[in-house]
Design a protein. Structure first.
Length: 281
């Protein structure tokens, strides 16, 4: 994956974060939860955030227009849209970025994926704000200090993606990382129909972090994956957010995986796409 070979290439620990920031890393708070009211993540940011962090709105900056249901609930942004959103935060694309969220959110992984896909150097704070406070890290409240906006261009496409036709014909392992009951089609609280892409296997994203929101060890991840080492991988979830957590985990093992950004929300929005139910392996 563009030279990624270890967890240090994608993750920053709370112990290493101060050195990273002192060395020029920019810190972005990406707290977001599926289904919450707009502005709720920013409200939590105002209550307390890591020093020097700016707030990155997942829905506003890390997503594109939602006018085509087959592109999913969280379509990828254009390069121009992403550059404008990051520029409004004063981001310097030549300096590294560290993103964080809350355990179980997956917003930081989405930010890491989008930023890396657009050519920025990005890392996720392992364990997010919970790990920081557990290590007696201090928080600041209130809005961020004003920053001068920046202007730059970006080139996207630096991480592999698949569209619906490509994932349907994918000659490898397609991994659905939603909860097992959604994958099997027993329940579907959000999308048009229950089920999964035919041929996909299930590896729930909840297994890709521990009880403290930290990425498990390489040995544990290998146990969770339980996959042959020589097959190409593609990953999807409900709308392309939590799947990024699994792409991140795979990258920490030096494994490249393609993302199907529309995920189930996009696939199931097209009545012409076949649907499978039950378990496959």
């Amino acid at each position: 994956m563009n030279g990624v070979s270890s967890r240090r290439d994608v993750l920053v620990s709370v112990n290493d974060l101060p050195d990273a920031v002192n060395g020029g890393a920019q810190l972005l708070d990406v707290r977001w939860r599926l289904g919450e009211e707009p502005g709720a993540g920013y409200a939590r940011y105002l209550e307390g955030h890591l020093p020097s962090a700016r707030f990155l709105d997942l829905e506003a900056v890390l997503c594109g227009p939602k006018d085509d249901a087959t592109l999913g609930r969280h379509p990828l942004p254009s390069a121009e849209h992403l550059a404008a959103g990051l520029g409004a935060l004063g981001i310097d694309p030549e300096r590294p970025v560290v993103v964080y969220d809350e355990p179980g959110s997956f917003a930081a992984a989405r930010a890491w994926w989008v930023l890396t896909w657009a050519g920025l150097s990005a890392w996720v704070l392992d364990g997010g704000i919970q790990a920081w406070t557990a290590a007696d890290g201090g928080l600041l409240s209130g809005p961020p200090a004003s920053v001068a906006p920046t202007s730059f261009t970006l080139e996207t496409g630096l991480l592999p993606t698949l569209d619906a036709d490509e994932i349907a014909a994918f000659d490898g392992i397609v991994m659905d990382v939603r909860a097992g009951e959604r994958y099997r089609g027993e329940v579907e609280p959000i999308d048009r129909v229950p089920g999964h892409i035919p041929g996909a296997i299930n590896r729930p994203v909840a297994d890709f972090f521990d009880e403290n929101g930290l990425l498990p060890s390489a040995e544990k991840l290998d146990e969770v994956l339980d996959l042959p080492a020589d097959r190409p991988l593609a990953v999807y979830c409900g709308s392309g957010v939590s799947a990024a957590q699994v792409v991140l985990a795979l990258a920490s093992l030096g494994i490249e995986a393609a993302l199907y950004p529309p995920s189930w929300s996009g696939w199931s929005a097209d009545p012409a796409r076949p649907v499978a139910v039950g378990a496959e392996e």
